[in-house]
Design a protein around this ligand. Structure first.
Ligand SMILES: [Zn+2]
Length: 414
């Protein structure tokens, strides 16, 4: 199958300004990117006239929860039966692709096999969805983030609760056996769960045990919920590649991260902070309530921290913890607007963070995240120039075509 995009402006994610070009897709890869008009001969190709639209890499969400279901509480995903949960997760996967996201990094599943099953079905072509790195449930300690159980009830929660290195080893091995791509550790707390963001309940021997289990497998990585300064330092010390949030990283933590910037990715998940402060009244989280929980202070600190990290060349990616009532699925590209408006990224820097860095965090920088010869054909055709208005990527109707692995998920209208 050969497809030729003509009359498009290519935003190639190398940092170069968009240019007029033709792009030839053969099989699942980009066979040629030829500047100018009429540069490529087109014998058997299906021809797509882009009408001057922007052709760019599909987007990446670095903090994805397919199994979060737009509810205001974490109880909802803990108690949802597995049958409904599989279907809900499949819907989320399709939703991401519908919105132009072709790369997603799982930041925890609500049940042990949910992410793995959805990933496998996507990979086998049975289910529409982005390329996906599957996670297991987040791992927390007794009394840590996600341990919602009252002590007298043996209820199910959405996390794996461990106590000590041996229990950690058992849980990590069980998840590795199921085939996760990542293990998630809840190193710090989270204010809304009444475990403060700035505390770090997980002990070092527990972290070390998880790391040693993972390091014996190839291709598996560790990510962490790490809001406190101490938790960010632990991520660097133990080589935890993907650091979620990092709001309270202090100067020492930022120095450590900067020195190891080639090893780590930071995804601040700012949509969660911003929307908890400014978009959750309907669910009883008024500005006053959010302020009382410390979210205004954390949002302010997060913005200052991200600006410092950006200045130090640390890799920062969009991915905002979508799937809560006030960060619903389908609004993923709001993160790009926050990168521009809150963090001071230029639109170009934001696009690079959402595409080229996406290829890096997916572990495939030489074939994902750019529009270049030889790269996999994961492309979106955007009606307009996202560099002139980053918000247009929030409007799924302006994404005229979506191609993943050389096949159209959304065909352009004739
Ligand atoms: Zn999350």
């Amino acid at each position: 199958m050969t497809t030729l995009f003509k009359n498009v402006r290519v935003l190639d994610s190398t940092g170069a300004p968009p240019f007029e070009a033709q792009v030839l897709i053969e099989g699942n890869r980009i066979a040629a990117v030829a500047r100018g008009k009429g540069a490529l001969a087109t014998l058997d190709a299906k021809i797509i006239d882009g009408g001057g639209a922007t052709l760019m890499s599909g987007l990446c969400d670095a903090h994805t929860h397919f199994s979060w279901i737009d509810q205001p509480s974490l109880d909802a995903i803990g108690m949802l039966p597995v049958e409904e949960h599989v279907l809900e997760s499949a819907r989320s996967a399709k939703r991401y692709l519908d919105c132009g996201y072709t790369m997603c990094v799982g930041a925890a599943a609500a049940k042990p096999r949910l992410d793995v099953v959805i990933r496998n079905y996507i990979n086998s072509g049975k289910l529409p969805g982005p390329r996906y790195l599957a996670n297991g449930p987040e791992i927390a300690t007794i009394g840590g983030l996600g341990d919602l159980n009252p002590s007298h009830v043996a209820a199910y929660t959405f996390v794996e609760i461990v106590n000590g290195p041996l229990e950690m080893r058992r849980v990590v091995r069980r998840l590795l056996k199921e085939g996760v791509d990542q293990i998630k550790l809840n190193l710090s707390g989270e204010n809304i769960t009444s475990v403060p963001a700035e505390c770090t309940p997980m002990a070092e021997d527990e972290i070390a045990e998880a790391i040693s289990e993972v390091r014996r497998r190839s291709g598996v990585r560790v990510c962490a919920h790490a809001r406190s300064a101490k938790s960010v330092k632990l991520c660097v010390k133990y080589g935890i590649e993907i650091i979620y949030h990092a709001s309270f990283a202090d100067e020492e933590a930022i120095d450590m991260l900067a020195a190891a910037r080639d090893k780590h990715f930071v995804a601040p998940g700012v949509a969660w902070l911003y929307q908890t402060c400014h978009g959750a009244e309907r669910w009883g989280v008024t500005a006053e309530v959010a302020r009382g929980m410390g979210y205004f202070r954390e949002l302010e600190t997060c913005i200052a921290t991200v600006k410092k990290m950006k200045a130090r060349g640390i890799r920062i990616l969009p991915g905002g913890d979508y799937g809560f009532a006030w960060t619903p699925h389908g609004t993923y590209a709001k993160d790009l607007q926050y990168f521009v408006e809150l963090f001071g990224f230029t639109p170009m820097e934001t696009i690079l963070a959402a595409t080229a860095l996406g290829g890096e965090i997916m572990g495939r920088p030489h074939e994902l995240g750019k529009v270049r010869e030889g790269y996999l054909a994961d492309l979106i055709l955007v009606d307009g120039d996202p560099l002139s208005d980053i918000k247009m990527l929030q409007d799924a109707d302006r994404i005229l075509a979506i191609m993943k692995d050389g096949a159209f998920h959304r065909q352009p209208a004739a």
